[in-house]
Design a protein around this ligand. Sequence first.
Ligand code: F6R
Length: 597
Amino acid sequence: MCGIIGYIGKRKVADVLLTGLKNLEYRGYDSCGISFFSNDEIKSIKSAGKIQGLEEKIKNTEIEMGHLGIAHTRWATHGSASEMNAHPHTVSNITLVHNGIIENAELLKGELLEKGYFFQTETDTEVVAALIDSYYQGDLVSAIFKAENRMKGSYALGIIVKGESDKIYAVRKDSPLVIGYGNEEYFIASDISAILEFTKQYVLLEEGEVAILESSGVKVIDSNYQEVVKKVLLADIDAERQSKNSYEHYMLKEIMEEPILLENLIKMFVDSEKMVISNLPDVSKYEEIHIVACGSALYAGEVGKYLLEEKSRIPVFVSAASEYRYRSPIYSHKTLVILISQSGETADTIAALRMAKDRGIPTLAIVNTESSTIAREVDDVIFIKAGVEVAVATTKAYILQVAILSLLSLKAAIAKGIIRDSEMSFLFDEFISLPEKIQEVLHRNYQNIAKEIYNSSTVFFIGRGIDYTMCLEGSLKLKEVSYIHSEAYQAGELKHGSISLIERGTPVIALITSEELKDKSVSNLIEAKSRGAKCIVVVTEKTEIEEVLKIVVEELSSFTQTLLVVPILQLLAYEVAKLRGCEIDQPRNLAKSVTVE
Ligand code: F6R
């Protein structure tokens, strides 16, 4: 979703801002722009579409650029993805960039129109600029605090003001913003990965604080105008780890990282000799668990439900955070709410977390981004340590989320004493052998299967039991990166309506790894085949099925099978998208971190 970068220092401002914007590209955007001081006047250059367009304009401009500026990648919410609507926005004295959504923008706009302001764009951001300007009488901090009292919604703002060519102001609520500390140079950024080439030292700006960046240093003040002493943190990521290396796309690189990341995760949490899972919470004391997340993280939760119920016999309810937050969930005095999020900044998941906390329910999060809002607000957190995930479509984070849920289920089963030693030992062995097994399936070629799919207008994924939960993720991955319509169905449900969509040649991908449900799933596949479907199956060696395209995988227990099958589906989606010439790392309309509802 939208990205912010701001810079004050000795470097050429355009170079720093463009580097930062490129680093933020992965979040998804549809227009971009920069503002800077040129001989004490604020100038802006904007472009609809990709950063290359902006870069061209900057190259061709004759305007002199100083050493201070703010920049933005916009993912359209209010108003189309046009150059006019691109940030920064200027109203009178104020120029700013904004991440988030102002929910009462229409109301504020009405008031500001009455005061004589007029608006050129359809954005809520222009309203924020006008609102701050309406309170500005030479003291920007006071104007910001007054505007904050009126704004409802989420925002991270980077602000510059006419007449103060040596200052950047920053403020935030429900949308992250960091301040980077370099050598006599300072940055604002929506996430630290935007500025890693320049510095790894940063502070997290908290709600209710305003940061003022000058070339001589940074001052952070609270709403009582008291200076706040901030703890400077060191980012545990390097710019190198964010690069594509020799891979054509980040998505491919990130899928290929899965074996090593899983190996690292095993080292962190599993002692297979002693059959102990350490450094993870024991969830066996809870009588029920609510798993709340969005998108792929939600589908990881579906796998988690299956395993927690099967292995540790704890009832689990899985909900999309966007629904959960507006429901009235029933909690018992022994409910645990587990939030899953790669970014830790997904607006709906944050809202669900806060709702559970307000009700006094214990919360546990499975998160990748350590400095994120969810990681900071939740009662207990497990970091998956996937490193930065740049491709918009998540791959490695999903795998590690599922791995953590598997371990939580096993740990709870051990704590409850409901798993036999022989099964326990088998599962530990299976789990630690996974990285090697995943490595093997990732080095196979799926292009022949991709060629069977890439010209189709619709694809079905079918499966039963845990196979169905894998279908959910396989189908999401395919549709988001290849733009082919795809649906995941419980194999037995297809004939209750959707089978009418199967035509001659419609690809139906059946996942048939679950031994006890295999015969049923095969029958469902044959029903589709009899209606002309092009059948592709992911099966274990034992499943005999003729005249279909097959991907054969080793048979594992339900505890680990997902971790071997979903990487194949990720690669398949990647290959199909490549054949279709899609923008794999930044699919249209999508954002990496969904910080608005
Ligand atoms: C799909 C994808 C999204 C995210 C979802 C939640 O490939 O990436 O569906 O899984 O937006 O994001 P996080 O995990 O950051 O809360």
